[in-house]
Structure formats: structure tokens, C-alpha cells
Design a protein around this ligand. Structure first.
Ligand SMILES: [Zn+2]
Length: 232
């Protein structure tokens, strides 16, 4: 095979290898990061934390109700028993009982409020847990697909690398060095086809003598862009 064509073949293979390596990196990134799932899980955790904190506060308020009722009970018993006859003492006791009752109502209201909030957080947590389940189910299918893509890309890379080794063995090391140098300088495009007498890298017209050399399989570089020329 003529040199220009062989180098062009190598270039196509290198471009394919680069793309396959990029695709593989993307697929592997997706396999390791499911952002939707991570977000749903962390949302669920936040709701559950809020719920637990609120339930702690609710318990504190319930203890406060118990405490107040424990203080109220003996006063009420005394009042009902009618054992206090001193009107001043009786008035003071009644006032104390009323104060305690109103504080009990306040604390009970707080408890009821918190119970309602806990319930709404429980509903939110259940909905979010269902989200997590759904995303996980979808993810199972997607993961299989990604793993299949990963296996396919790895097989492609493997076989292309073997082919590349074979092609390299057929090219003179000096020519390979030139190819690699140009590949770096020209962002992967070291070899340009000649179409309608023009270099497809820079569109300049190639002199007939060089065209003939390239056709004969010799190494010819474009006088303008330096790319190795290839006659298709
Ligand atoms: Zn050119």
C-alpha cells in the first residue's frame, strides 16, 4: 500500500481510538455517578432528619404537659375536696390552677401542631422514598445498557490497538515520527487527502510533480500546511 494511504489509514484509526476512549470515559463516569439518585437519596435523608428532630421536640412538649398536669392534679384534688376554707387561700389556689390549665392548653396546642407537621413530613418522606425506588428501578435497566456499552467499547479499543500495532510494524520509524509530530501540531490531522488537485487540509493546489510522486506512493508533504498528502 502506498505510504500516504497507509498513514491516512493510521490517522483514521487514531481518531477512532481517541473517540472510543472518550466514549468509554463518559460511560464509566455515568456508571459511577447517578446524580438524580444521589440527589433523591440526600433529599430523603434531609426529610427524615427534620422529622426525627421534630419528634424529639414533640416529646419534650409532651413531657411538659405531663409535668404541668402533675402539678395541677393535687391542687384540683384539694379544691374538689373542699378542705380549704380560707377564701384568700382558696382564691390563690384557684388562680394557680387556672394558670396551670392555660399553660397545659398552650403546650397541648404545641404538641398538636408538631404532630401535624410530623405527619406532613412522613408523607413527604414516603413520596421521596417512592422516588428513590423508581429511580433505582430505572437505573437498573440503564446500568445494564451502560455496562453493555462499556464492554463493547473496551472490545473495540482492544481490537483497534492490535490493528494499530500491526500498521505501525509496516511503517518506517522516520515516517512514524513525522506523523506523530504533525498529529500533535495539527490537532490529529497529520494526513490530508488530495481531492481535485487540492490539499484537503488547506485547500491549496498541489503541483503536478508532487501529485505524481504521491500517486507513486512516495512521502509528499503539502508545501503550504506540511501535512502528508494522500491520493485516495
Ligand atoms: Zn495543505
Amino acid at each position: 500500500m502506498n505510504l500516504g494511504r497507509r498513514l491516512h489509514e493510521l490517522q483514521q484509526l487514531d481518531l477512532r481510538l481517541e473517540k472510543a476512549a472518550e466514549d468509554l470515559a463518559r460511560v464509566e463516569h455515568q456508571l459511577n455517578h447517578n446524580e438524580a439518585l444521589e440527589r433523591a437519596k440526600s433529599d430523603l435523608e434531609a426529610i427524615q432528619k427534620e422529622q426525627a428532630a421534630l419528634q424529639d421536640k414533640q416529646r419534650v412538649a409532651e413531657y411538659a404537659v405531663d409535668d404541668l398536669q402533675a402539678k395541677l392534679k393535687p391542687i384540683q384534688q384539694k379544691l374538689f375536696a373542699g378542705s380549704v376554707s380560707n377564701p384568700k387561700e382558696l382564691g390563690a389556689m384557684q388562680q394557680q390552677a387556672n394558670q396551670l390549665k392555660s399553660r397545659v392548653r398552650e403546650e397541648e396546642d404545641k404538641v398538636l401542631d408538631m404532630m401535624a407537621q410530623v405527619e406532613s413530613l412522613q408523607n413527604a418522606a414516603a413520596a421521596k422514598a417512592a422516588d428513590v425506588d423508581n429511580i433505582e428501578r430505572e437505573w437498573a435497566g440503564k446500568r445494564n445498557q451502560l455496562q453493555a456499552e462499556q464492554a463493547e467499547l473496551m472490545a473495540t479499543l482492544d481490537s483497534d490497538r492490535t490493528t494499530r500495532g500491526e500498521i505501525l510494524g509496516q511503517i518506517d520509524p522516520d515516517h512514524l515520527r513525522l506523523y506523530e509530530r504533525l498529529r500533535q501540531k495539527k490537532q490529529g490531522s497529520a494526513v490530508a487527502k488530495i481531492e481535485q488537485g487540492r490539499c484537503q487540509g488547506c485547500k491549496i493546489t498541489i503541483p503536478v510533480s508532487e501529485l505524481t510522486q504521491a500517486r507513486a506512493g512516495e512521502l509528499v508533504q503539502c508545501g503550504s500546511c506540511s501535512r502528508v498528502l494522500c491520493v485516495p
